[in-house]
Design a protein around this ligand. Sequence first.
Ligand SMILES: *Cc1c(COP(=O)(O)O)cnc(C)c1O
Length: 464
Amino acid sequence: MMNKSLRNIPPVHELQRDAMFIKLRQKYDVQDEVLTVHIRKALEGMRSDIKKGIVIDGEFAEIIWNDVENKLMEAHQNRLKRVINGTGTILHTNLGRARLSREAVNRVSEVAANYSNLEYDIESGSRGSRHDLVEDLIKDVTGAEAAMVVNNNAAAVYLILKAFAKGKEVIVSRGQLVEIGGSFRVSSIMEESGAKLVEVGTTNKTHAKDYYDALTGETAMLLKVHTSNFKTIGFTKTVTSEELVEIAGNREDVMVYEDLGSGVLYDFAKEGIGDEPVVQKVLETGVDLVSFSGDKLLGGPQAGIIAGKKKYINHLKQHQLARVLRVDKMSFAALEATFRAYLNQRPTDIPTVRDMLQSLKEIREKALEFITAISGMDSFQADIIKEYSMVGGGTMPDVTIPTYTVKMRHDSLAAHVLAEKLRKGTPSVIVRTSGDAILLDFRTITHGELPDLIKAMELLTYRG
Ligand SMILES: *Cc1c(COP(=O)(O)O)cnc(C)c1O
C-alpha cells in the first residue's frame, strides 16, 4: 500500500508540462529552473511523509502545487514584517521594542519621502548641525543643560567612555557590572573603549567609602549603571547619585556619569509601577552626564540619548566617533515627535506609555470583543482570565502588571502546534502557551489589530 502511494506521486516532467507550471511561472515571475527546484523539493517532502507512514489525503498534484505556491509566496514576502504581539510583554526586544506613536510615524514618513533641513540652518541659509534638531526639546523635557543623540544607548556608553576615560580609570560598583541582552557587558565595553575598570564594593553592598578609597590621580570617572534587568534584594546597599556627585565633588578632573538604561521620562513609580529612576530627577542630583535608550520605556525609535552638562556634551559632539555613531533623519523625526508628546503633556499618545498605563477595563473590553467574535468557531474553547503582563526589554524585571488574557484550547491542535500555526500565519501572531492552552494578552493587542487576529483564528478552524 505504501508502494502504491509512492507510485502515485507524479514525476517531475509531468508537472513541468502541467498548466500550473506556466501559471506559476507568470504569476511569480520565476525561471523554469527555480520552479523545478521547488517542485523537486515538494516531491521529496511528499515521498518522505509517505515513508514515515503519513496518509496523504487528496489529489497529489494539487498538494504539490499548493506546496510550491506557498514556497513562492514566502520568497516574495518581506523578511522584516509586522507581527501581532499577544505576549503582553510591552517592550519585547525580539519584537522590535517600542511601537512608535501615530505622530512619530507620520513625521518619519514625511521626512523620509522629502528633502529636509537635516543639516541646514533655514534661518541663516547655511550649513546647520543635525544635533540641534532635537537638543532643545530634550533639554526642555529633561531639564539638562545640553543633549545629543547617538545610534543606541550602547553607543552612548561607548562614546562617553572613549571620550573621557580612555587610558584612565573608571570606578564602578561590583553590583553594577551588568550584562544586558547577552551582547552588551559593562566590563567588555569598558575594555573596548580603552578605559580601565576599577571595581569596588561587593555584589550586594557598595559604600561611599569604597569609592573614596579607589580614587587615584588616574581616576577619570565614577560610573553608575542602572541594574535594568535584575534586582538585588535583601542585605543590599548602593551609593546614590547624590553621594557620587559629592564623592567627585572637589575633583575637577573626575566626572560622574550614569547609564540609566531605560530612559523614563514619565514617572511610572507614581502610578505604582516599578521604581525606575526618572531622568529629570537624576539630572537634578548634579551628575555630569546621563544616557538612556530611545526605544525602551521612552517609547521612541532606537537611539541613545546623552544629556547633561554643556562642556561635556560639546566635547562629545566634536569627537570623531560622533560621526561614526550618528543617527539617521528618520530617527530624528520619530524622536522629535516622541519628545514633543512628553513636552505637551500627552505621554499616552506614545504606545509604550499607553500600554503601561492601560486600564484593566480597556483590556477586558478588547478581550470580550475578541471572544464574542470567535464564539461561533466550534473548534475553540476560550475563556477570559486574569493574568500578568511583563514590561520586558530588560527593564523592570520584578514588575508584573495585572491584565486580562484569553486562554484558548483547540479541539485537535496541541498548544504548541496552535502557537506555531499562529506564528507562521500572516500577519504573524505571537502568543504565550500555558499547559495545553495558548494565552493572548490583550494589553499589547490594539483594538485595530482585532480584525486580523480574528481572521487568523478563522484560518485555523478551516485547516482543522
Ligand atoms: C538597555 C541598556 C543598554 C543598551 O541600550 P541599547 O539602547 O539597547 O543599546 C545599556 N545599558 C543599560 C543599563 C541598559 O539597560
